[in-house]
Design a binder for this molecule. Structure first.
Ligand SMILES: CN(C)[C@H]1CCc2nc(NC(=O)c3cccc([C@H]4CCCN4C(=O)Nc4cccc(C#N)c4)c3)sc2C1
Length: 408
């Protein structure tokens, strides 16, 4: 029956008209209309006086920032920070990413977070950091994610001399994580050690999906803005910067080649003082790729690096992931790609408590005086509209229980 179909839309986590999205909508509308200038209009004033209290009471019942105790800043990006937090009701520790809505609106960059939210919410993969909740208030978006107490691989590389044995393990896990992400139809575009985090067990997961993009039916992406960090960016993404270009998931396999080189050599293969020289080295990778005499690198390691750092049409992984898994670099007597998850990782983080942050760099708290740089808009700008539908909870929400009873 039609009502049943509608009922199911209300509780489907992927529906744009599920209950969370509808509550986001009424909240956004009130917040965008609650402007003195606008309320001089009768229709706006009547709407606000009917809904302002309702929206306030709804906000008090929904998940909010004060439900979490801030413990420590563990990361910072262009539009926000990640904090280690403790959910007061359940006492559980999470990593909570906060993105500043004002900055995103000002920079007209308020759509990149959808891929990150959808990937972490629906991946259901041991290789991808999990999204527990997503919520928002008039100033920020919040993503409550599983805490990865081992820190990122940059921190590991600066703390240890990484052997080929370790590199083999972490590269194999990265290959499986990218295979899972590509399997969901996404390209990462910014694969680098900063985005590989170590869990309590010592296995790694991919994080930070802001640069991800969905492939089209024939597995390519038409997109000109070159994103990604210079050192890891592939030549085809660089070459077609600006023009409309097509590229596929092989851009991520290029970055794996850079990653292997960096773990074994200690610096990235195309690094140069000036950014433009790094770009030149990447474009001329056939000639610029060099292996130093020290440290000694095995032939199979050099071979797989060269096969990843090659032109897109003949790059390793272009046809399928198995051509990567079968490369002799991964041959070893401790694990296979099938048993990888049960293998013992090189480093199992030593943790004194569930909120131990010793594996994260100290980050100075930015004393942004928010009050000053947030001014109320002069008229209806629809500044809250880009964020409608962002709120997510993977738990069986009370609404679902209520509706489930009704529709069964
Ligand atoms: C230019 N446009 C198009 C967009 C391109 C993509 C993009 N990504 C952004 N991203 C950000 O603004 C941002 C904010 C906080 C932290 C982080 C990462 C970078 C540092 C750590 N981090 C992160 O996500 N950490 C993380 C994630 C998950 C679990 C744990 C733990 N434990 C830690 C990124 S802003 C922006 C603009």
């Amino acid at each position: 029956m039609e009502q049943d179909e509608l009922l199911h839309q209300l509780v489907d986590p992927k529906s744009p008209i599920n209950i969370e999205s509808l509550l986001d909508t009424i909240t956004a509308l009130v917040n965008d209309c609650k402007i003195p200038v606008l309320m001089r209009m009768k229709s706006v004033d009547n709407f606000i006086s009917r809904y302002e209290r309702v929206v306030e009471s709804v906000a008090a019942l929904r998940m909010k920032a004060t439900d979490f105790r801030q413990l420590k800043v563990i990361g910072r990006g262009a539009f926000g920070e990640v904090h280690l937090v403790r959910h007061t009701r359940t006492n559980t520790v999470y990593a909570m990413k906060m993105l500043n809505k004002d900055d995103m609106i000002k920079r007209a960059d308020s759509a990149f977070f959808w891929e990150e939210r959808d990937i972490m919410a629906h991946a259901n993969s041991e290789w991808i950091v999990r999204l527990q909740y997503a919520f928002q208030d008039p100033r920020h978006l919040y993503m409550v994610m599983e805490y990865m107490p081992g820190g990122d691989l940059v921190n590991l590389m600066t703390s240890y001399e990484v052997s080929e044995k370790w590199t083999r393990f972490y590269t194999a896990e990265l290959v499986e994580a990218l295979a899972a992400l590509h399997g969901m139809g996404y390209i990462h575009r910014d694969v680098k050690p900063d985005n590989m985090l170590i869990s309590r067990s010592g296995h790694i997961k991919l994080a930070d999906f802001g640069t991800c993009v969905k492939m089209n039916a024939n597995g390519v992406v038409r997109c000109s803005t070159a994103v990604g960090t210079p050192d890891y960016i592939s030549p085809e993404v660089l070459r077609n910067q600006g023009q409309d270009s097509e590229f596929g998931k092989e851009v991520d396999w290029w970055s794996v080649g850079v990653f292997i080189y960096e773990m074994l050599v200690g610096e990235t293969p195309f690094y140069a003082e000036a950014l433009v020289s790094t770009y030149t080295n990447i474009m001329n990778h056939q000639t610029s790729l060099r292996f130093p005499d020290e440290p000694l690198i095995s032939n199979q390691a050099k071979d797989i690096i060269k096969k990843f750092l090659s032109a897109a049409p003949e790059r390793l992984g272009k046809n399928n992931v198995d051509e990567i898994r079968n490369h002799k670099f991964f041959k070893n007597d401790e694990w296979t790609f099938e048993t990888l998850r049960d293998a013992t990782p090189p480093i199992i983080p030593t943790l004194r408590s569930d909120d131990d942050t010793t594996h994260f760099e100290e980050i100075e708290t930015r004393d942004r005086d928010n009050a000053s740089d947030f001014q109320l808009p002069k008229t209806f700008n629809g500044n809250q509209l880009p964020f409608i539908g962002f709120t997510y909870s993977n738990e069986y929400s009370p609404v679902k229980k209520l509706l489930h009873g009704a529709s069964s």
